[in-house]
Design a protein around this ligand. Structure first.
Ligand code: ADP
Ligand code: MG
Length: 395
């Protein structure tokens, strides 16, 4: 692929646009694939610029539709373009500062989710070349993350990583293939006020190579465990999480610890969400395979609907939304990369994805830094004491 792209829209990148705008939505349109080229499939997506994407009409839905996002990547965009212009670098900075961040790829099977996050199929079949230009966002994010940490000599960082898969509402540890036979439980932690996966393997990562080893190991286990690879990956979600604990000495020997994290989520194929709602079925009737994705859509829809604000959001209805609750519920910063095919034959799924992505853009959450509450209290007390002393001094 070429170095830079005429389809790349850089001018509109405004992430995060403001403190209230903590979900950023970008679109990536992959090139026509071999099959589509052979079938002389038409391209139905155009790039007017300014973060806009135009979907041409077809026989059924005749009028063209103009959508607007934070950024749009055309078929010519490289993996490096996506790293630099999706806003993921900003997200990594926020994770280092103590925010809960999530990057997720959404789209129909074959639209480029895995390609965007981890690269083309087979990349991890053998030890990947670090210089390979096909590496996805996860690999380049890890490299960028360690660059960030090396610039922060005043702070001590501890990194831990985990990699899991949710298949049929069962959580499998991709770093511990044995868990496929005995899926892990998702529990609520009173202490951290969040959901967590019990007995999930979390690897201490002191250097870049440790993080890369987690990625490689998980990717290998992901494909080994699958009977039919495509079928399996289209029905499962994976979450790779890097926990970043930072310890910085503040005033008077007090340490401030912050707990940031970044999740990289490769979602199941969006074509799995068949029109359950419009057919009047309830969430309970949906089968396990598409449940998480449906609930995620439902969560996003309720969040972006201001009338429902403060109302019930069904995080607890799926493993995926439980584990992403802190990002979606208002503590986090989220980047959604919606992947689509440019081909006419995929018109309906592309339209569905573009709509889902447009809805997500309306989520408003308020990000918070996760700080140890005891230390935060000590620090604020010290500040008060200092302020009083200063007041005293001026009397
Ligand atoms: P998904 O994970 O959404 O099912 P994949 O990422 O596996 O889809 O992509 C399907 C195929 O298309 C793969 O062979 C992948 O390498 C290729 N592909 C996807 N996006 C791109 C892209 N932007 N440039 C080149 N090839 C791509
Ligand atoms: Mg995939």
């Amino acid at each position: 692929s070429s170095g830079s792209s005429e389809n790349l829209d850089q001018s509109t990148l405004t992430f995060p646009a403001s403190d209230e705008d903590n979900i950023s939505v970008v679109i990536r349109v992959r090139p026509l694939n071999e099959k589509e080229v052979k079938a002389s499939d038409d391209e139905v997506v155009q790039f007017p610029g300014n973060g806009q994407l135009l979907l041409e009409g077809n026989l059924v839905a005749q009028k063209p539709r103009l959508f607007s996002y934070h950024a749009v990547f055309g078929p010519g965009a490289t993996q490096t373009d996506v790293l630099h212009f999706s806003g993921v670098e900003r997200l990594l900075q926020l994770a280092v500062e103590g925010f809960s961040c999530t990057v997720f790829c959404y789209g129909q099977t074959g639209s480029g989710k895995t390609h965007t996050l981890t690269g083309p199929p087979g990349l991890f079949d053998r030890k990947p070349d670090p210089l390979d230009q096909n590496h996805g966002l996860v690999f380049s994010s890890f490299v960028f993350l360690f660059q960030l940490l090396s610039q922060r000599q005043d702070t001590h960082f501890v990194l831990k990583a985990s990699f899991l898969e949710i298949y049929n509402e069962k959580v499998i540890d991709l770093l511990n293939p044995g868990s496929a036979r005995k899926p892990l439980a998702v529990r609520w932690s009173k202490k951290s006020r969040g959901f967590f996966v019990e007995n999930l393997f979390t690897v201490d990562c002191e250097q870049l190579d440790d993080l890369l080893a987690v990625l490689e190991e998980g990717m290998r286990n992901r494909s080994v465990g699958a009977h039919s690879m495509n079928d399996h990956s289209s029905r499962s979600h994976t979450i790779l999480t890097v926990h970043i604990t930072s310890e910085m000495s503040a005033e008077d020997g007090v340490f401030i610890t912050k707990q940031g994290k970044i999740n990289f989520v490769d979602l199941a194929g969006s074509e799995m969400t068949k029109k359950t709602h419009s057919e009047g079925k309830t969430l309970e009737e949906a089968n396990n395979i598409n449940k998480s994705l449906m609930v995620l859509g439902y969560c996003i829809a309720s969040l972006s609907d201001s009338k429902k604000k403060g109302g019930h959001i069904p995080y607890r209805d799926s493993k995926l939304t439980k584990l992403l609750a802190d990002s979606l519920a208002g503590n986090g910063v989220t980047l959604m990369i919606a992947c689509v095919s440019p081909a006419k034959s995929n018109f309906t799924e592309t339209l569905n994805t573009l709509r889902y992505a447009a809805r997500a853009k309306k989520i408003r959450t308020k990000p918070v830094i996760v700080m140890d509450p005891r230390e935060a209290l000590i620090l604020s007390l010290r500040r008060e004491v200092n302020a009083l002393q200063e007041e005293n001094d001026t009397l």
